[in-house]
Design a protein around this ligand. Structure first.
Ligand SMILES: [Mn+2]
Length: 395
């Protein structure tokens, strides 16, 4: 059986609302042509409370899909949200689930009979004599996932090809939080593991079998590795798969290096490069990394100017975190050399001290202010310095 794995469609995603819908439609239509069934490991919708027109997008998308011819059919379900025999099988992702565990937008599609929500349940598909069972583990708080799995004890069904479908962060891929699930926490003896949630494509090994994460069908994170968008066609007979790329909005990344540049030089170089990159693309996403050294008066103004210039034609993102400001460098150098401007720090401190005494109308005829400063600024404890100064002042 050929199984399409299409994940993280994010219908209603604000930044690229039309992209989310068009790219989901493109992926699902291609899936229908190339595969016998579709599995969706979460995040069909971007929010658990989408607006009615976003829910309408979901209904239109899946109603059209339901009407198409599919190679496989649903022959058995032990879940509560199974009202169709069309082989489109899904689970809710973290963007869809609600804290109260009440109905969410994905379960609405399931209640309408447009797909099957196989949360905590098996769905069995058949094509000819071949059967494929999918066990779904809908998204749950990362800290509860392991516990929930040990309560549910998901088991494969004997004599069929078994798929475990889930939507969690895997610690091995994103080791940011001890709460994330480890590969070894996943139930064993399944033939294939598929996961949503992470928006880039990954292939890993779990209990000696493949774990496939197709990534999202729409650009969301704009990090440098999120480039290729598409879905997976997995062939259960050959135990192999193919990544099918879809047409996604162009995402172009460029690094521009500078040496001692000023605002005007940076601005004009950026405009040159952005114009070159954007040529021939219809409203692309362009991300520019600025690197090197510069002396800039106002970073945010510079970035704002560029964004304004391209507001209509480009989704522009500018990262200036690797651009070092020369004026800051100069100040640091001076501090390292124990001077600020041309004046050594000690001398500057002395001048400030005298200035302060002046402000306090100190009587300079009574004592030597320079000696007092020396005593106070000696490199020893504050208490000792004050004690010595008091002795010197006879107080
Ligand atoms: Mn997602």
């Amino acid at each position: 059986m050929k199984i399409a794995i299409v994940s993280d469609l994010h219908l209603g995603y604000d930044t690229f609302r039309n992209d989310a819908f068009n790219q989901a439609m493109q992926a699902l239509d291609m899936a229908n042509e190339l595969a016998d069934a579709v599995l969706i490991p979460g995040d069909v919708f971007d929010r658990h409370y989408p607006k009615p027109d976003v829910i309408a997008e979901g209904i239109n998308l899946f109603r059209n899909l339901s009407k198409k011819r599919w190679g496989a059919e649903v022959i058995e379900v032990n879940g509560t949200h199974a009202f169709t025999d069309v082989p489109i099988v899904a689970i809710p992702g973290n963007h869809e689930t609600t804290v109260q565990n009440s109905e969410n937008p994905l379960t609405l599609l399931a209640l309408a009979g447009l797909l099957i929500d196989t949360s905590h349940a098996h769905t069995v598909l058949q094509k000819g004599s071949e059967k494929v069972a999918i066990y779904g583990f809908g998204s749950i708080a990362e800290s509860s996932a392991k516990q929930k799995l040990s309560e549910l004890q998901p088991k494969p069904i004997s004599g069929v090809f078994n798929i475990f479908m889930f939507h969690q962060t895997m610690y091995e891929l994103m080791p940011f939080n001890e709460n994330f699930m480890r590969m070894n926490d996943l139930p064993s003896n399944f033939d294939l593991y598929i996961c949503g949630h992470m928006h880039n494509f990954y292939e890993e090994t779990v209990h000696g079998k493949k774990l496939i994460i197709p990534g999202s069908t729409v650009l969301t994170q704009l990090n440098d590795i999120e480039k290729r968008k598409g879905f997976i066609i997995f062939d259960t007979e050959s135990y192999s798969y193919e990544f099918i790329e879809i047409n996604s909005r162009p995402f172009l990344i460029e690094t521009i290096e500078f040496k001692d540049a000023d605002d005007i030089q940076i601005l004009s170089k950026c405009i040159d490069e952005i114009d070159k990159l954007a040529k021939g693309h219809e409203k692309p996403i362009i991300k520019i990394h600025l690197k090197g050294s510069a002396s800039i008066m106002n970073y945010s103004l510079l970035i704002q100017k560029l964004k304004l210039k391209y507001a209509e034609s480009i989704y522009l993102s500018i990262d200036a975190s690797q651009l070092t400001d020369k004026s800051i460098d100069k100040n640091l150098e001076e501090l390292r050399d124990n001077r600020i401007g041309e004046m050594p720090i000690k001398q500057l401190g002395n001048a400030l001290f005298i200035q302060k005494l002046n402000d306090l109308e100190f009587d300079f005829s009574l004592t030597d202010a320079n000696t007092l400063y020396e005593l106070l600024s000696q490199e020893e404890s504050k208490e000792k310095a004050v004690k010595k100064s008091r002795e010197f002042l006879n107080i």
